[in-house]
Design a protein around this ligand. Structure first.
Ligand code: HEM
Length: 201
C-alpha cells in the first residue's frame, strides 16, 4: 500500500473517530456543559493514543525490526498531522466551553496551565506544519532534530502532568499516564541499545 493512501486512511479514520466521539458525548451526556467537557476529554484521550504512536515508532523499529514497526515509524509525520488535528479539535471544544459556559472554566484555569498549553500548541504547530525539507535547509539537520525532540518532550510533559494531576480521582488518568511512561521507557531503552558501543581493548 502506498504511503499516500495510508496517509488519507489515517486522516479519515481520525476524523471519523472524532465525529463518533462527538456523537457519543451528545447521546450520553447531552449538549450541555457535561457533554462538552466529555468531548474535550475524549479529544485529549484520542490525541494521547496518537502521540504515543508517534513517539513509539522509532524505538519499536530499533528494538523489534519488522514490517509493522517500520511502517509505524515511516508514518510518523502523518500521525503527527493527525495529532495536530485532534489537538485543534480539543482547542475548538475548549473555546466553545469558554464561550458558552465561562464559569467555572475561567476560575479553574491557572495562568501557568494557559501558558503551558499555548506553548504546547505553538511547538506542535512548528514541528507539524513547517515542511521538513525547508526546516532542515534553514536550521541544519541537527538543530531541527533537537527542536523536534524538545517540542515532543514538552508535549509529553504537558500530557503526563495533566493525567498525573487527575490520578487520585480518575482511574482512566492512571492508564493514560502509564502508557506515556511506557513509551518514555521504550525511547530510553532504544537509545541505550542504539548508542555506539565502546571498543574495549
Ligand atoms: C491552553 C490550552 C488548553 C486548555 C485551556 C486546556 C483545558 C482543558 C480542560 C478544561 C480539560 C478538562 C475537561 C474536563 O474534564 O472537564 C482538559 C482536558 C485535557 N487536556 Fe487540555 N487544555 C489545553 C491544552 C492541552 C494540551 C496542549 C494538552 C496536551 C499536550 C492537553 C491535554 C489534556 C488532557 C490529557 C486532558 C484529559 C485529562 C483527563 O482525562 O483527566 N490539553 N484540558
Amino acid at each position: 500500500m502506498t504511503l499516500r493512501i495510508t496517509e488519507s486512511r489515517i486522516m479519515n479514520a481520525n476524523g471519523l473517530a472524532l465525529t463518533g466521539s462527538a456523537l457519543l458525548c451528545l447521546l450520553i451526556s447531552g449538549a450541555g456543559e457535561e457533554g462538552l467537557r466529555a468531548f474535550v476529554r475524549l479529544t485529549a484521550w484520542q490525541a494521547t493514543l496518537i502521540f504515543s504512536a508517534v513517539l513509539a515508532g522509532k524505538p519499536l523499529e530499533t528494538l523489534i525490526p519488522n514490517g509493522w514497526t517500520r511502517s509505524l515509524h515511516a508514518r510518523g509525520r502523518v500521525l503527527l498531522k493527525a495529532l495536530a488535528f485532534s489537538m485543534i479539535t480539543h482547542l475548538m471544544a475548549l473555546c466553545l466551553l469558554a464561550l458558552v459556559f465561562p464559569e467555572p472554566f475561567w476560575s479553574t484555569l491557572s495562568s501557568l496551565s494557559l501558558a503551558a498549553g499555548a506553548l504546547a500548541y505553538i511547538l506542535l504547530g512548528v514541528v507539524t506544519f513547517i515542511p521538513e525539507r525547508f526546516a532542515v535547509r534553514e536550521l541544519g539537520p541537527r538543530s531541527w532534530r533537537r527542536l523536534r525532540g524538545a517540542a515532543l518532550g514538552f508535549l509529553w510533559i504537558v500530557f503526563a502532568q495533566t493525567y498525573l494531576s487527575q490520578v487520585p480521582e480518575e482511574p482512566s488518568a492512571f492508564a493514560f499516564f502509564s502508557l506515556l511512561c511506557l513509551v518514555a521507557l521504550l525511547l530510553g531503552v532504544a537509545r541505550f541499545r542504539s548508542r555506539p558501543q565502546e571498543i574495549v581493548q
